[in-house]
Design a protein around this ligand. Sequence first.
Ligand SMILES: Nc1ncnc2c1ncn2[C@@H]1O[C@H](COP(=O)(O)OP(=O)(O)OP(=O)(O)O)[C@@H](O)[C@H]1O
Length: 610
Amino acid sequence: MSTEKCEGERYETSTERLTDSADGGGPPAQRGITIVFHYRDGVEVAQLAPGQARVVGRGEPSDLCLPDRTLSREHARFSLNEGRILVEDLGSTNGTWIAGTRIERAEVALGGEVMLGTVVARIVVLGTATLPLEGEESFRARLDEEIKRARHFGRGFAILAVRAPAPDAARAPLGAWVTGFMAKLRTGIDRASLYSPDTALVLLPETGAEAASQMAHAVSSAPSPGTAAHIVGVAVYPEAATTVEKLIELARGAAAGASAARPVMAAPMEAWTESGVTRLHGGMIAGAAMRDLLDAAKQVASSRASVILRGETGTGKELLARFIHEHSLWRDKPRVCVNCAALPPSLLESTLFGHERGAFTGASQQRGGLFAAANDGTLFLDEVGELSLAAQAALLRVLETGRFSRVGSTHEVEVSVRVISATHRDLDAMVKQGAFREDLYYRLSTIELEVPPLRDRRDEMDSLARLFLTEANAANGRSVRGLSDEAMAVLCAYRWPGNVRELRNVIERAVVLARCELIQPHDLPPRVRAAPADDGAQAAARRASEPEPLADESALGRPVKAHVRKAEAQVIKEALDKVGWNRTEAARRLGMPIRTLTRRIKELGLTPPK
Ligand SMILES: Nc1ncnc2c1ncn2[C@@H]1O[C@H](COP(=O)(O)OP(=O)(O)OP(=O)(O)O)[C@@H](O)[C@H]1O
């Protein structure tokens, strides 16, 4: 290490000085420098323009505040004057150090390192004025904004995790590898930030999976012949994930799986998670409550035991029945569904068990029936509570013996069918009233699964609304881009007696009615906008749902903001209450970084129940 002292103290570390030709700019005196701070929990970047001074410390009034306990409130001042980079200690407790020596005031060269407590500050020249490397916090804030934008407009974006080409590259001057790939990004559009000394994150707005892959290959390609390629992991919103944390984790995970031979890897895209909400194959959305249910469903899927699904109408019982079948060992066998309420009692028996030719008027040919059709597979009996007592007796018989006879025949047919039934009726009460056979009830309900109503699954609301919006656009030849915050808040405040089915219908109607690119509250049906008197959030939602005169912008914003705030408080509080105010778990369920959750709890004035 060459350490040179001059005029007070001047230090230069062993890292190479960046030549002007290496990054294409003028000397630092003319274009400024970048200081990259590595502290225990992250990386922060500060730009220093010629003639400028910046104070770094743990808190205000420092210009750059880093949450590191080894820093003093105002720890050190960096300045760039006449091409010289100066650092001054501001009487800090843990000192400012260069090359192992505590300094009060010293000049640092490009590529030099300064220690503030345990925080390492590296002096580099990075990028250009139009594409600077961003600090971690501002980069994450941009990602948050990008997610909101992507939700509104139904368009995706991608995150790249770019790793330094060689293990020791991170120790080389940062600019050497970062500027190499940053030159390939779109100026003024893409954003980059250092995640760790050897990994940078890049945000590619408005970029789908294919374009992201092309960009990743461009970023990965070796900056010059004979040099190693960058390793790049790609995570695409919303296909791979829909939260900042998850996207970063997936992009980094993909980069970890890449190698020099295969330098670009993409995170899998078959499922995405948002606020802990998963979108499964077949378009099923599952938030925290549904996931617990699906875990239970998976466990019982491959037993032949009868399953009864209970829950209000439209909660997704039929979808759950399909899920169970698809997770069973006989997923390749038939899955047959019948809605018992939709069949006239006179036809029910022949529909289930088939009939012989001529068994009754109109029976012009033999039919096998649904039990036979579902042989070796699954029969889903929806609305089983609607079966007549005669049909209940016939059903009980086949469940007990595994045999049945077609109507008009004495010949018995043997079947192996897994029965899943569903009802929104209170079967216990029906048994007590004699309207449902107790023995059949026990046969059907070896395993009982309860599907929660939509009002208890508010974490799914956003994903469900977007799913139905996409489907409604496709079905109606429309291109509505999303829901306004106000419309979303109205949806969140409604009780949804018709559950997911009602939400699907409401969104379809709104897509057809929408006059703007975003669905507005007035595109929603009056019953959804109407609020019961005791529900403050709904009252606010209703106010927000009225189109506002555009006279006074501040007046327009107020009720909307108040409402959104209230609805947000309600959602956060519900999540916290559900997990006994365990913030980590609540943050996971809400899909929020814990820091954001903690901040919002404070800002919204939420307190745990006494
Ligand atoms: N978790 C979900 N993700 C996506 N779509 C869902 C979900 N749950 C329900 N749906 C949709 O909501 C509608 C109603 O679902 P489903 O028919 O499964 O409800 P159900 O409880 O069986 O209703 P019913 O009791 O009235 O028969 C369907 O269009 C279904 O695709």
